[in-house]
Design a protein around this ligand. Structure first.
Ligand SMILES: C[S@@+](CC[C@H](N)C(=O)[O-])C[C@H]1O[C@@H](n2cnc3c(N)ncnc32)[C@H](O)[C@@H]1O
Length: 342
């Protein structure tokens, strides 16, 4: 690696970052929240609507095209230090066909890996995010093989927001890669896959950062988790965004078919129609303001009930759960701002 490259990192000049599969910009948000001095010099995303949101959020419209068509020359011109990549996860999800590298949606990521050795200045750092299942895939094998050959050292993690005090169960795979001679601060995690972030902080505090898969680890984690209510929008602050779920059966009245002045209009749109509760109540995942967990929200939240995310009971019964009448618990959907937990 050229001397001046290392110098740039040492001198804390802003990292030049490329964001692949930028979606609505979650990676960029995390980068900003991390406090790293960095500039996203370009983002790449094929989806027009995602790019609208990204542009709204960051006042920059990502390069709209297929990442698979990028060339090494294209990438060279950004002179980037770090690449952030969150490629499609469908090839690796447990519920899917698990075609892995044989799935067309994996091709663009494989192509990016192929391009790295052909760039005149490979990135010094990579950050890859995907679903649990990626770590056992042939795509992962290909990625590690490519990175090792190109002198990268990796640290891999499976982490859940629960391990960071957020009441949301959503384990995800993360890979950090640095090109030698750039070192990791804590090198005992080099080339390992870990289920706890503790070593990132140079400690092995399993009480604070338990392996969240294990039952007793989960119990310990929940002690440190904030309750759901900490992440709720107060009624006054619920934006008047148009409802994206079908409450046509509900008309303009509340879910009980009555006028209810105590519920602001802005919250009304998030109430779960009573007909849905009657039909699908058994399949609903219900949480309370003092709960310390939520199920993973999917893009079908608001459209389907089963397995798409939790619903919030706004009236707490004496006995929590489905033993008490669900209709009386005044269930509502989480708002978009709430389930993005920002
Ligand atoms: C897992 S999501 C990434 C989410 C993103 N990190 C965010 O915060 O929204 C994958 C994204 O990659 C985009 N995508 C998939 N294949 C692509 C390709 N070949 N070229 C460009 N974008 C692609 C999808 O439209 C989707 O938005």
């Amino acid at each position: 690696m050229a001397e001046e490259e290392l110098q740039r990192i040492d001198e804390k000049k802003p990292w030049r970052v490329l964001e692949f599969y930028s979606g609505i910009g979650g990676m960029r948000y995390s980068l900003m929240a991390s406090g790293v001095v960095a500039e996203v010099v370009e983002a790449f995303e094929i989806n027009d609507s995602a790019n609208d949101v990204y542009q709204h959020n960051f006042k920059h419209r990502p390069y709209q095209g297929n990442i698979q068509s990028l060339t090494a020359v294209d990438l060279d011109k950004y002179n980037a230090d770090a690449w952030l990549l969150s490629p499609p996860c469908q090839p690796y999800t447990r519920q899917g066909l698990q075609k892995q590298s044989g799935d067309a949606r994996a091709f663009s990521f494989l192509r990016i890996l192929e391009l790295i050795p052909h760039t005149s200045k490979p990135p010094q750092m990579l950050f890859v995010e995907n679903v649990v299942g990626f770590e056992t895939s042939d795509t992962h094998m290909e990625m590690i093989d490519t990175l090792t050959k190109l002198d990268y050292v990796t640290q891999e993690f499976i982490l859940s927001p629960l391990q960071f005090g957020v009441p949301y169960s959503r384990p995800r795979y993360f890979c950090l890669a640095k090109r030698k001679p750039l070192p990791f601060k804590y090198q005992h995690s080099n080339n390992k896959l870990l289920w706890s972030p503790s070593l990132l902080y140079g400690c092995d505090d399993q009480v604070k950062f338990g392996k969240c898969e294990a039952e007793e680890g989960l119990d310990r984690l929940l002690q440190f988790c904030e309750p759901v209510e900490k992440f709720l929008e107060s009624a006054a602050h619920v934006d008047g965004e148009p409802s994206s779920f079908d409450d046509s059966e509900n008309g303009s009245k509340d879910c009980y078919g009555q006028e209810d002045d105590s519920v602001p209009d802005s919250v009304h749109q998030y109430l779960v129609p009573v007909s849905l509760i009657e039909r699908w109540g058994n399949a609903m995942d219900i949480v309370y303001p003092d709960s310390k967990r939520c199920c993973c929200f999917t893009k079908s939240y608001y459209r389907y009930v089963k397995g798409t995310g939790s619903l919030l009971a706004t009236v707490q019964p004496k006995i929590k759960g489905k033993e008490s009448c669900l209709k009386e618990q005044r269930l509502r959907y989480f708002t978009p701002r709430e389930f993005l937990f920002d």
